[in-house]
Write a protein that binds this ligand. Structure first.
Ligand code: COA
Length: 181
């Protein structure tokens, strides 16, 4: 699976790379980099050490999910900037998620990570992707709208009652011999 070097708005470089079975410490550090607002807007699962361990222990099994870290620096001094994933890869329309740590928000990384996930899903042969976003998450919605994601279906309340969730979808590859749709 490819690594991708990306350049932030301030000229610094970061690396998007697959999560590995030895990334528990780094992933948990990433989780701890999410402040209150990020946790209210991005809650794919609890951000505990146990969950980080569990996720990393399954990093080699990529049938249903592929997970990535965004890092700065080289081992053993990598700094986590974010975590991203493709989920439901065994289904026709997989889902994506992106969570940059507070210190990495607003630096143009979200778009790079999003493009990376779209390309990865295309390589895996998928034609559409979906995601969930909190209605109040203006930054994320601006990013997804500008990347061509459109709202799909009715908004619904989150299970924890923390706000309205919107579903967005994007066609990422045309139908062979036909119109995208
Ligand atoms: C949401 C997230 C992925 C966006 O990535 P990012 O690198 O921080 O994005 P940027 O700051 O570059 O902003 C993306 C776009 O939104 C715009 N934007 C920023 N803040 C905004 C706001 N408050 N209202 C509307 N638009 C906003 C930016 O101008 C930018 O558009 P541009 O590239 O055309 O200028 C990232 O902030 C993040 O992970 N946040 C915490 C967790 C989270 O909310 N995850 C998403 C769950 S769905």
């Amino acid at each position: 699976m490819p690594n991708q070097t990306v350049t932030l708005r301030d000229g610094q470089q970061a690396l998007i790379r697959p999560l590995t079975t030895s990334d528990t410490r780094l992933l948990y550090r990433c989780f701890r980099g999410y402040g209150e607002q990020a946790r209210r807007n991005f809650a794919p699962h609890p951000f505990t050490r146990e969950i980080a361990e569990d996720i990393c222990s399954q990093a080699d099994d990529q049938r249903t999910s592929q997970r990535f870290l965004v890092v700065r620096g080289a081992p053993p001094k990598e700094q986590p900037l974010g975590y991203a994933f493709l989920w439901f890869l065994d289904q026709e329309i997989p889902s994506l998620g992106i969570g940059m740590v507070d210190a990495a928000v607003g630096r143009g990384l979200g778009r790079c990570v999003l493009e990376f996930l779209l390309e990865r899903a295309r390589e895996l042969g998928h034609r559409r992707l979906w995601l969930s976003v909190m209605e109040r998450n203006a930054r994320a919605r601006a990013l997804y709208e500008s990347a061509g994601f459109a709202y799909y279906g009715e908004p619904r309340w989150s299970e924890n009652g923390q706000g309205m969730i919107l579903r967005m979808e994007k066609v990422i590859a045309p139908v062979e011999g036909g119109e995208p749709g």
